[in-house]
Design a protein around this ligand. Sequence first.
Ligand code: OTU
Length: 649
Amino acid sequence: MIQDWHRTATETAWKRFGASLSSSFTSKKAAAAFEARFRAHGPRLIDAMYQLYGWQHDFYWHLEALLKVAADAAATRPADLVKLDESRDRNKIWLADNSQLGAIAYVDRFAGDLNGVAKKIPYLKELGVTYLHLMPLFAVPDGPNDGGYAVTSYRDVRSDLGSMTDLQGLARNLRKAGISLVVDFILNHTADNHAWAEAAKAGDPAFQDFFWMFDDRTIPNRYQPNLRAIFPDRGGDSFTWRTDVKGENGGKWVWTTFYTFQWDLNYRNPALLTAMCGEMLFLANQGIEVLRMDAVPFLWKELGTTCENRPEGHLVMQVYNAMAALAAPSLVFKSEAIVHPDDVAKWVTPEECQISYNPLIMALTWDAVATGKALMLRDALTNRWRLPVGTSWVNYLRCHDDIGWGFANEDAVRLGIEPEAHRTFLNAWYTNRFSGSTARGLPFQENEETGDCRICGMLASLSGLEAALEGENDSEIETAIRRVVSLHGFILFMGGLPLIYLGDEIGMLNDYDFADDPDHAMDQRWLHRPRYDWARNASAKTSRTSPEARVFTGLKALVAIRKENAGLAGPDLDVVPLPHDGVVAFRRGSGVEARLVIVSFARDAVAVPASLAAAALGAAGLRDLVTQEVIAGPIITIPSAGIACLAAV
Ligand code: OTU
């Protein structure tokens, strides 16, 4: 809570540092604008900084250094981005407008390199994309690099993808085409060959303090029992002994939550936070409009805790957010927290991350597909949907990562579902170990002892298309295609920003060849990171009957419905109870714009009483925007895996 003393402290800080901060600027107008932003956001910045580091004797020195980073970044912000800042209202989540549509791709796998991506802009526009998340594209170590999530330098593009100048150019070209560029900010760790890591190896204490380093196991052993193994394949230890780090015992233990070559950053050190804010604002000034904040739950470590989702981690995020407000006001943060739903939601506030992946709805959508029942999904949409004003979910079906069954055990129990047994079933279903399963996926990070795992696989393969094609079963092919389209319709109509994993829009299947690449073989997530199939894309547009054509055409029709219907704008949704376990129904918008969306996960066709649907919209008659048919008669029939978007007539 901002109190009077924060405002006083802001004034005092300006008195002390204002002249030095203003000296960053060559234009008086820009300096005045910065001062105004400092008055608006300084109190919350100082509040968060004080809570984190106020006890340190050199607190004001660190605060000044941090503010100088903001002033320097603001002073060097390119003019077109300053204009963009002025044009965007910080209080409105424009990303949840129904005009918005997100897509994700790997630069190399989608288009070769950054200039190749620029050539694909016409296709992105054809699809209706307005938000393009390019997977990590920064310099990485040779060999395994966690798909780019081990960053050697935040200021250099991976050389085979292009240069920073290419990235700036791409950002500009995308913006001209109405597409916001999104990249990852990998803020929990760097690669073990980042310049800071190299300085730490050489024994520089200032840089050893940028990471978590220990001379012996005493302290790691005290943390370890409470830590979750994120990648259990590597043996369950969160620390790595490195003989190449100078230390009195011939090396040091380094905290490595993820892979051993990813070194966790030490946010207890204000100098590290200041340095990382510099990297963040550098990226903002390249023209990146949204930063995907990677692995935010892990930012703060506290002995005796799980070291996840700590309140201090939230303060760190508030510092980043306030720094963006000072120097790059239009920048939006997207949270990546794949944890308990209570904890996921806490990162989504206007003062931390304005948008967030919705991993709960994603996982429960796949639960509904596997069970044919939407009970947990409906429950989550009812009880876990609302977010603070000014924020929104990013809704997705698949991304580059695995699917984990991160629903809340207490929710499952309330619905009469035994959570662990249910997870075991879901894993069996999606890895084709359950008789009758139509899903084709692979286990990721399987625990040999408990059988616990997470799921990899492309959307179409998990939806039954791969198995149906193998079995040459026309009716199953038909259902699987309908499922792929309807699932997309679900996220398009849901409320918030829908995010399509490129390749899924043409029904691409699993890529089993990953096992032949020595850098990928140990990470099953490459199963669903195929090279984009442009031949299939061409066929999606020319053939009328191929699965890819039917998926693509169906999907594009739903994108058009989203864009044409103002009722589908914004983050809100109201669940409408219908007397069938296999469907989920929700109302979007109000008045004449109101729409009723019904998504079916049922194995058979479902008969919905038209009177119930009409009552939900306060309508006399109904029309389905998907089939474009007026509903005649007392029953609306939704086919297995179908979707309807109803409007009053
Ligand atoms: C993220 O995911 C990325 O999306 C992954 O691709 C990276 O490997 C990882 O960070 C390291 O950078 O564990 O299985 O709660 O679950 O950050 C994916 C968040 C992950 C973590 C999540 C992580």
